[in-house]
Design a protein around this ligand. Structure first.
Ligand code: ATP
Ligand code: MG
Length: 226
C-alpha cells in the first residue's frame, strides 16, 4: 500500500506558566492510502494534539508530517490552508461550529470556499443521511450535543476529503446514531477514503483496520481481525 501520510518523531511541548511538558513525545506512525486507523488512550494522552498536528492545524516542536513525500509544515501558510481544505476533513472533539451560521450553512461552508455550486445540495444529502435534515435552519445554540456532533461530521465530509480525521465523533450520540456514523465511515473507507478515528470506545476501535494504543507516551499497534 502507498504511504499517504507519515508522522516522524513528533514532539509537542506546552507551557504551563513556567513549567514545560510534552503532550506528545517522539511519536511516529504511517498512514496508508485506504487505511482505517483508530487511536485509543487515556484522557490527556495527547490524542487530540496528535490529530491536530497530523491535520496541519498545529505545528509540532520537533518532527515532521509528510504528505505524499512533502513536509506539510514547510509549506507557506496559505498553501497549508489550501492543502487542509482540499485533503482533510476534520471532526473536532468539541465540534467548533460557527454560531452565526445555521446548520445547512455550517455544513456547506467548507465547500462554498471552493465555490462549488453543488455545496448546498451535498450538505442537504449529508444532513438527510444523518437524520438532522429537520434542523437545517437551526443555529448551533439551538441544537443538542449529539445534533452538533452530526453537523460537525457532515461538515467534515462535504468536501469529499482524501483523509478524514475524527476526534471522538460518536461521544455524544445514542446507539442508533453511533451505528449510522460507523456505517458511514466504513462505507467511505470502502470507497478508498483514509480515516483516523480517535475514540475511547473500544468496540468502535475494533471495527477499524488497526488500532494504536497510546500508553505512557508510547504507541503500541494492534491489527484488528475483520
Ligand atoms: N493549548 C494547550 N495548552 C496547554 N496544554 C495543552 C493544550 N492543549 C492540550 N494541552 C495538554 O496536553 C495534554 C494532551 O491533551 P490532548 O487534548 O491532546 O489529550 P487527549 O488525549 O485528546 O485527551 P481526551 O481523551 O480527554 O480528549 C493534556 O495534558 C492537555 O492539558
Ligand atoms: Mg482529545
Amino acid at each position: 500500500m502507498d504511504k499517504l501520510l507519515e508522522v516522524a518523531s513528533l514532539t509537542k511541548i506546552y507551557h504551563n506558566g513556567r513549567e514545560k511538558f510534552s503532550a506528545i513525545a517522539d511519536v511516529s506512525l504511517s498512514l496508508f492510502t485506504g487505511d482505517y486507523l483508530s487511536i485509543v488512550g487515556p484522557s490527556g494522552a495527547g490524542k487530540s494534539t496528535l490529530l491536530h498536528i497530523m491535520g496541519g492545524l498545529e505545528s509540532p516542536d520537533e518532527g515532521k508530517v509528510i504528505f505524499k513525500g512533502r513536509d506539510i509544515y514547510k509549506m507557506k501558510n496559505n498553501q497549508l490552508s489550501l492543502w487542509r481544505n482540499k485533503s482533510i476533513g476534520f471532526v473536532f472533539q468539541f465540534y467548533h461550529l460557527i454560531e452565526e451560521l445555521n446548520v445547512l450553512e455550517n455544513v456547506a461552508l467548507a465547500s462554498f470556499l471552493k465555490r462549488r455550486k453543488s455545496s448546498l445540495k451535498k450538505a442537504q444529502i449529508l444532513l438527510e443521511y444523518l437524520g438532522i435534515e429537520a434542523r437545517k435552519h437551526f443555529f448551533p445554540s439551538q441544537l443538542s450535543g449529539g445534533e452538533r456532533q452530526k453537523v460537525a461530521i457532515a461538515r467534515a465530509l462535504v468536501n469529499e476529503p482524501q483523509i478524514i480525521l475524527c476526534d471522538e465523533p460518536t461521544g455524544n450520540l445514542d446507539k442508533d446514531s453511533q451505528e449510522r456514523v460507523c456505517e458511514l465511515l466504513e462505507e467511505l473507507n470502502g470507497q478508498g477514503v483514509t480515516i483516523v478515528l480517535v475514540t475511547h470506545n473500544l468496540e468502535l476501535a475494533k471495527r477499524t483496520k488497526r488500532t494504536l494504543f497510546v500508553r505512557g507516551g508510547e504507541l503500541e499497534e494492534e491489527v484488528n481481525s475483520q
